[in-house]
Design a binder for this molecule. Structure first.
Ligand SMILES: Cc1ncc(COP(=O)(O)O)c(C=O)c1O
Length: 401
């Protein structure tokens, strides 16, 4: 270090931090079971109608720079999707298309966070949020979800922290949640909205897994936050089983001062990088507008994900070395390690040694703000998952206290 800026300590991702080791082992001829990255096309092929939509976009020569805010066809398709699914009325001019939600996160913190400013997050959290707050010199303040109560949010604790944290720039919820697979019910969301209103707090809701709820119903922030300044984030990665097309949507539905300032700033940031990938934008617009194919394929995908996730949770919970809350959504199982039974220092050592010794790659819970946990991407087929879990069990036996 020394040459690069000090802020570089915040760059990186716990999800990919063992990639060099995994590549080295693969070069030595070892077969790795990779369960670290929430990347569904690696496990289940992207549906044909999406591939065709991308081909169509290329054949139409959509290879130029698109409008910086996003191709109007896609912004209209996103608006239409929200009308159909959530009865929401979003002006396409209040939607910004980004290179995945990841770019929207960078825009939001660039626009909102000055040095020393605070933002409120529920933990466990999705790591990029914390990294970007750090990059812009901000300070994340965490409200821990309660694992013993199915990773639910303690609303009293939330309200206390909100009141204590003067001038927090925003409160972020990731709902459904990565890594826990929990879903906030309508009552909880309404309470969060009330707390935000009472405390003049801007809300951000990341709903990238909204189509991946397989237990109970889902309420979007857009259904309960009318009249409140808030930002909604969603995208194509998970719903379309197409993470690599890199399309995200950032929506600021309300016409108020805070929302308008953020909207204008995010558009200016979007101008800096000229355009999101144009064929990908058109492919997403075409795929979204193909309603019959969309609904059929998303519901098949959801069923398959449900089976795989619930199978993984069941198998994981047979172990005497770890215990997971059964997820209601998304792709993950997030067990707590029974450290008192294990002769490893922490979750980081667990994950790295497991990769070295058994060639199974998980992600350490501390990367999500929950030490002594590990995250499984539960998308592998049953045979692969059973093999992975039996290797993990062997590993635990070999490192038992
Ligand atoms: C909660 C959450 N938000 C955002 C992202 C980033 O998604 P994108 O592919 O749209 O950049 C992910 C990816 O795993 C995620 O889990």
């Amino acid at each position: 270090m020394g040459f690069v800026s000090k802020r570089m300590v915040y760059a990186g991702s716990p999800i990919r931090e063992d990639e060099d080791l995994a590549n080295k082992l693969a070069k030595e001829g070892k077969e790795i079971i990779k369960l670290n990255s929430g990347d569904p096309p690696k496990f289940l092929p992207t549906p044909e109608y999406i591939i065709e939509a991308y081909e169509r976009a290329l054949k139409e020569e959509r290879t130029y720079y698109a409008n910086s805010q996003g191709a109007i066809e896609l912004r209209e398709a996103v608006s239409e999707y929200y009308r159909r699914h959530y009865n929401a009325d979003f002006d396409p001019d209040r939607i910004i298309i980004t290179q995945g939600i990841s770019e929207a996160i960078a825009f939001v913190d660039a626009a909102l966070i000055d040095r020393g400013e605070k933002a409120l997050l529920i933990s466990p959290y999705y790591p990029a949020y914390v990294s970007y707050i750090g990059l812009y010199g901000g300070k994340p303040v965490f409200i821990p979800a309660v694992e013993e109560k199915g990773w639910s949010i303690d609303l009293d604790a939330l309200e206390k922290t909100v009141k204590k944290t003067k001038k927090a720039k925003y409160l972020l919820v990731v709902n459904p949640n990565n890594p826990t697979g929990s879903v906030l019910d309508r009552k909880n969301l309404e309470e969060i909205v009330r707390i935000a209103k009472d405390n003049d707090l801007f809300l951000i809701s990341d709903e990238i897994y909204d189509e991946m709820v397989f237990e109970g119903s889902f309420t979007s922030m857009s259904q309960v936050a009318k009249g409140l300044p808030y930002l909604l984030l969603n995208g194509a990665s998970k719903t379309f089983d197409a993470t690599g097309i890199r399309i995200g949507y950032a929506i600021l539905p309300e016409d108020d001062e805070k929302s308008n300032q953020l909207l204008r700033s995010m558009i200016r940031l979007a101008l800096l990088r000229i355009s999101a990938n144009t064929p990908a934008q058109y492919a997403t617009a075409y795929a979204m507008s193909n309603v019959a194919a969309f609904e059929r394929s998303v519901s098949q995908f959801r069923e398959e994900v449900k089976e795989r996730v619930l199978f993984t949770a069941r198998e994981v919970n047979k172990s005497q070395y770890m215990q997971a809350v059964v997820p209601k959504a998304a792709f993950y199982v997030f067990p707590k390690l029974k450290m008192e039974k294990l002769n490893v220092k922490d979750d980081k050592e667990f994950v790295t040694k497991l990769l070295q010794e058994k060639q199974v790659q998980l992600t350490r819970g501390s990367g999500f703000g929950s030490p002594n946990h590990v995250r499984f991407v539960a998308l592998a087929d049953k045979e692969t998952m059973s093999l992975a879990i039996s290797k993990i069990e062997e590993f635990c036996e070999e490192h038992a206290r």
